[in-house]
Design a protein around this ligand. Sequence first.
Ligand SMILES: [Zn+2]
Length: 269
Amino acid sequence: MAHLREILRVQRLGKNQGGYLGETIDIRAVLHDVQVAARAHGWSQEIFHEAGGFISLALHRKPEVRSQKSEARIYISTGIHGDEPAGPLTALKLVRENRWPMNVEILMLPCLNPAGFTLNRRVNSNGIDLNRDYRHPKSAEVRAHIAWLERQPRFDLYLCLHEDWESLGFYLYEQNPDSKPSLADEMIEAIHKVCPIDPSNIIEDRPAKNGIIRPNIQPHERTDWPEAFYLITEKSRQGYTLEAPSDFELPVRVNALVAGVNAALKPFA
Ligand SMILES: [Zn+2]
């Protein structure tokens, strides 16, 4: 891994003045490649929303073997903010690499806001931040996503993959109301090998330590629910929102998100 850090530039680029100004992606091409890779590895696919030539895609990987060990259902979503290209690229890399623990079932949503990517904007084509729209949804994308979620059994774990254009390094949010064994330290340790961790004591106005934020959230006191609030309230009792620092090179951020997901899945192997 030392080689990787030498090859890739792992310091901030200083490009992001007032917003994300780094590389962008052709989201239609990325989603096409995700579909090809998913097909090649035997995943099933569902298009749960279609508008303006964009698809909202859900991928499903069934556990490979019926083992003694109980199966885990893991939900991974990304691409809800159109100025965070590392997320969909991470979904593509994970599906292509196909290194999942055998007994895990994966639900993967590789891009929740495809229109946002063609605009390189956080919001959708109507200016709605989808990640604030999960309590009283106004957007067609989130309505369709919630309708899809309502058809799914509960998840043992959720992972939401994001980027932050301002941060000094990688960080993550943990939701773990039942105090299950935390996955946060292992994730940070794995990510640290490929990407700097944000050392700040305060991140996004919340106390942080070693890149980990454990907010004590009260979903019912807020109306502008992010996806994670919906998931922890309705679908799961443990989950993480991963935030890659988008002022670093794009491959660094993709490798960091991939490392974080793989570390989170390890205990389920
Ligand atoms: Zn985001």
